[in-house]
Design a protein around this ligand. Structure first.
Ligand code: SAM
Length: 292
């Protein structure tokens, strides 16, 4: 079979018919049928012959096949047993390992090691199932596998949240988490028409380039502050932090003093603070906690 055929809708329809495959909406199954977008994803990953790639949700193998031509090894995790059966036919390259299971639950480091990964450069490249996007991105960013680059197709709104700047509607916990671990970049917007079947939403490809965290403060406390700040969107920052500062034994006057010292207006809302400002605030609160 010509691999390129997998981007042709009529060929995909044929494979689906041959295997009597039924799309499972709960698994977010929308297959990419556009060679141009496929190339843009693979090009953005800047693959080399020594790279390992982890792919989540290979589907019928369209992206998997293209990736396999450009890197040392592709390890792809697919939850749907019906698809892993189809993949036995559609994947013919010998540098692809298919693992059946739930990508959210599995230990990625162990899976990669079993496929011969010995700390070579590793990249995550995937057309993600949208119902799990944020959880999978957080697992990739916070987990043990040191992804150098992540290139993922996500829902357009999620791409906007990842790349959002302070003061915008899309800015929130996901923006801050992504920007703490990586430099995000929009690769391209993607029409819903390039999928089979077409989903109800438009998509975008984003590239996250791993970086050293730009904020020098304990990440656990930083994200405690960030989560609290965005916990109640309509309240101002000082009020949203009340439970946290109380549990850290920091007196309200001390919190006021910290806000004043950092130049944060008393009525400021969390969504106006940059990652750097959240870092400064967290550092000051940790300091305040230690001195109470
Ligand atoms: N990569 C293929 C493509 O581009 O055509 C398919 C992408 S489709 C949007 C998402 C894929 O993720 C489906 O194959 C689906 O079965 C799979 N999937 C859904 N949930 C998953 C999970 N928890 N773990 C692994 N794969 C999952």
């Amino acid at each position: 079979m010509n691999f390129k055929d997998l981007t042709v809708p009529s060929r995909v329809a044929e494979i689906i018919k041959e295997h009597e495959f039924r799309f499972k909406k709960k698994f977010g199954q929308n297959f990419l049928v556009d060679k141009n977008i496929l190339d843009k994803i693979c090009d953005a990953a800047d693959l080399t012959e020594s790279d390992f790639v982890l792919e989540i949700g290979p589907g019928i193998g369209t992206l998997t096949n293209e990736l396999s031509k450009r890197c040392k090894k592709v390890v792809a995790i697919e939850i749907d047993r019906d698809l892993t059966q189809i993949l036995k036919e559609t994947i013919t390259a010998d540098n692809v390992d298919i693992v059946e299971g739930d990508a959210l639950q599995l230990d990625w480091q162990e899976i990669l090691r079993k496929s011969g990964w010995q700390k070579e450069t590793v990249k995550l490249v995937a057309n993600l199932p949208y119902y799990l996007t944020s959880a999978l991105i957080m697992k990739a960013l916070e987990g043990e596998v040191p992804f150098q680059t992540i290139v993922v197709m996500v829902q357009k709104e999620v791409a906007e949240r990842m790349t959002a700047q302070p003061g915008t509607k899309a800015y929130g916990i996901l923006s801050l988490a992504v920007q703490y671990y990586s430099q995000p970049q929009l690769v391209t917007n993607v029409s819903r028409r390039v999928f089979f079947p077409a989903p109800d939403v438009d998509s975008a490809v984003v590239k996250l380039q791993s970086i050293e965290p730009p904020v020098d403060v304990a990440s656990e406390e930083l994200f405690m502050v960030i989560r609290a700040a965005f916990g109640q969107r309509r309240k101002n920052l000082k009020n949203t932090l009340k439970n946290l500062t109380t549990s850290w034994n920091i007196a309200p006057e001390k919190v006021d003093e910290i806000f004043h010292q950092l130049g944060i207006p008393v009525n400021a809302r969390g969504e106006t603070l940059s990652l750097q400002k959240f870092g400064e605030l967290t550092r000051a609160l940790i300091h305040g906690r230690n001195f109470c």
